[in-house]
Design a protein around this ligand. Structure first.
Ligand code: GLA
Length: 705
């Protein structure tokens, strides 16, 4: 019998106990406990019921049909019809800092599986597999999945869905017999199936319950599933969807899966988010700019669309600087032939008709005003109405002989075509070398249909080449920051964040919709990576109207910017922009460095978002009134996460202009402020004011002793 050993990976609040024998099995993933192999094994040994295989079957990190696991296996593939049911046996275990690397082999099938498993001090697990073909003859990989077990008490899910202008919507559901599955086949991370989900104990919520959150770091096609096996055991699986014939390993070649990130918390969703946010800040985000305050943006898109006149743009920049903007970005419309969304993509040359004096005077003007300059690109895309397509019609990511549907009138460039890849790099490099560009907005506005390279499926490789293109640009221009955008929030995930600095969360700047979108995004991402802009009072995507106060306070909570034409705005509106920009700058270190709390409310019509400083010295609380209050009185505002023993002064920083006109009187604390202990704030709270629908107020808590 194989000698078994136990490996313990310990975070700050969680522990992974992994038994190693012929295979690795996670025995425990939760709160830290002490154990030794004999006792743990004895305590956790499963019974073997009648009517099944005669021996117990473990749920390993890569379930195998050959061991008798009947749920979705970790690997599916074959070598010309052979070697299709491998059974791996551990040959080597190498401890690492915060983790372990496990090498397993099936000598008969000629395959090696290397599993990396880590748990960091922020209690985030990361795991991935590498499959290597050791034998002669190509090994065709159909599936290679990352698998983590869940305990049987995990019986509810929170999943994400969405669409363009409505990203990060959440759905709660029971985890049913038969499980849950989502597939994204859109060729980018997608708005529809964001690659993350949360499983938890019954009725888990923001503050309570055991939760296990999962984030699959991949910007292409994926499948996530949570299976409830017929025997009641639960398992989570995440994988890239490989298209037919896409992955074939010659002898000596390997395939590595993306990382699956996961985190357990016994303090509900907020606890889980704190762990992911800390991990993102320390281990995911490029570190070069960690200390730099995130500059306030003005992005030209909704202000002028394709209508570019340098003098006018410079006037916009002057006004932006007057309001306190720190980075000015020229969006789509600046390059050759780009007068609408039907032509020009691919022709990354300045439009000399629009910019007869070149771009330099505009950049110089922006810089002279003390602002950084940014520029929009959509490198992976091409319009058929472009010089690039006319010269290189064979550069499309497509299958010859088929007419591919367009998306926003455009097609995708085959990044595996080296000439195309080098051309795109050269064009980006040209602009970044020529001008003082601090930032690029890197867009990707269509879904990928029939992704073919030389006739073969190439979706997986296209995503890898996209990463390589960004990496190459970053290596040459390490001080340039990049925003990941894909028609708003279509490419938002941990893998792209390793090489970019922020996300355009949504093309929807409607503050009401943004409240929901931004909340959904907050489960896995800290606020500073979420681009959130004040749009025009008359929202372009929903036609709703909102006050500057509601728009300003909603944008305040992310990486703030303005998305409109300041030249055309009224003096009142401009005063508003200036006010919220000032407020954001004042609160920025707290908003972008503190701990985010999604605060439970007594009335569903409210949404409350708090950020508490890491040293608990201060906090800000945004109370957003999404709809009419359900009752005449809305209960209490309870603020979590403060120092329970300390006293805080609570004051209102910002409120709707009609605040006092809509009631006989509002709660007196909102007028005079009040002093309360942290535990009072958390357990008892303060009476909620009465607010009109689609308004918000901002509250500050400052520790006074
Ligand atoms: C996408 C982006 C927008 C804008 C346009 C430009 O839709 O999400 O913010 O950049 O492209 O065409």
């Amino acid at each position: 019998m194989t000698v078994k050993s136990l490996i313990e990976l310990v975070g700050t609040h969680t522990q992974l106990m992994v038994e190693m024998g012929d295979f690795a099995e996670i025995l425990h993933w939760g709160l830290p406990v002490k154990g030794n192999i004999d006792n743990s094994r004895l305590a956790l040994q499963r019974p073997v019921p009648y009517g099944r295989l005669d021996n117990d079957v473990a749920m390993t990190l890569s379930p195998e049909l050959g061991r008798g696991v009947f749920s979705s296996p970790g690997l599916e593939g074959h070598r010309n019809g052979q070697d299709w049911a491998p059974v791996f046996v551990i040959t080597q275990i190498t401890p690492q800092e915060e983790g372990t690397v496990i090498v397993s082999e099936d000598a008969k099938a000629g395959l090696r599986l290397t599993t990396e498993l880590f748990l960091d001090t922020f209690d985030v697990v990361k795991t991935r597999h590498t499959l290597t073909n050791l034998k002669a003859g190509a090994y065709q990989v159909n599936r290679l999945a990352n698998t983590l077990p869940l305990p049987a008490r995990a019986n509810e899910l929170m999943t994400f869905y969405g669409r363009w202008v409505k990203e990060f919507q959440t759905e709660r559901q029971a985890l049913p017999q038969g499980g849950y599955q989502q597939e994204n086949r859109r060729g980018r991370t997608s708005h529809e199936h964001y690659p993350a989900l949360v499983a938890g104990t019954a009725h888990f919520n923001e503050m309570q319950g055991d939760v296990w959150g999962f984030h699959f770091a991949w910007s292409g096609n994926h499948r996530l599933r949570v299976d409830v096996k017929a025997d009641g055991r639960r398992v989570m699986q995440a994988e890239v969807i490989y298209l037919p014939g896409e992955v074939s390993l010659q002898q000596g070649e390997s395939l590595t899966t993306p990382w699956l990130y996961a985190s357990y918390s016994h303090q509900g969703l907020n606890g889980m988010s704190h762990q992911f946010h800390s991990h993102v800040r320390r281990s995911i985000l490029p570190c070069e700019f960690a200390q730099k305050p995130r500059p306030i943006h003005l992005n030209t898109w909704e202000g002028i669309y394709f209508d570019h006149h340098p003098d006018y743009i410079m006037a916009m920049a002057t006004q932006a600087a007057d309001m306190g903007v720190e980075r000015f970005i020229i969006d789509d419309g600046w390059f050759k032939g780009r007068n609408g969304d039907k032509a020009g993509l691919g022709d990354w040359f300045l439009d000399r008709e629009k910019y007869p004096q070149g771009l330099a005077p505009v950049v110089a003007h922006v810089n002279a005003l003390g602002m950084e300059f940014g520029l929009w690109f959509e490198p992976e895309m091409i319009n058929k109405d472009s010089d690039l397509f006319r010269t290189h019609p064979d550069w499309l990511l497509a299958v010859d002989g088929y007419d591919q549907p367009t998306g926003r009138n455009q097609y995708v460039i085959d990044l595996q075509n080296n000439a195309a890849f080098n051309f795109l790099f050269e064009r980006l490099d040209h602009f970044l070398s020529q001008y003082n560009i601090a930032y690029i907005k890197w867009d990707m506005n269509r879904e990928v249909v029939q992704p073919g390279h030389l006739g073969q499926a190439a979706a997986h490789q296209q995503t890898q080449r996209y990463y390589q293109l960004v990496d190459k640009v970053r290596a040459k221009h390490p001080t340039v920051e990049i925003e990941s955008c894909a028609a708003g929030g279509g490419r938002i995930d941990f893998e792209v964040l390793k090489r970019t600095h922020r996300f355009w969360a949504s093309d929807n700047n409607d503050a009401l919709e943004r409240q929901t979108i931004q909340r959904g995004m907050s489960y896995f991402f800290p606020p500073e990576v979420m681009g959130s802009h004040i749009g025009a009072s008359h929202c372009h995507s929903t036609r709703r109207r909102h006050s500057i106060a509601f728009r300003g306070l909603t944008a305040l909570c992310g990486h703030m910017g303005i998305e409109l034409d300041p030249v055309k705005e009224s003096a009142d509106e401009k005063q508003g922009f200036e006010h919220y920009i000032k407020l954001h700058k004042m609160l920025r270190p707290l908003l972008h460095g503190g701990r985010t709390w999604r605060v439970p409310t007594d009335d569903q019509a409210h949404q409350v978002h708090a950020v508490v400083a890491n040293d608990l010295s201060e906090a800000v609380v945004l109370v957003a009134q999404l709809a009419m209050p359900t009752h005449a009185l809305s209960g209490h505002l309870r603020i979590p996460g403060l120092d329970p023993q300390a006293t805080y002064r609570i004051t209102v920083l910002d409120k709707p202009s009609n605040y006092d006109d809509i009631v006989n009187y509002q709660p007196p604390w909102t007028e005079s402020g009040c002093e309360l202990t942290g535990d009072w704030c958390e357990s008892v709270g303060l009476t909620m004011p009465i607010l009109d629908a689609e308004t918000a107020m901002l509250i500050k808590c400052e520790k006074i002793d």
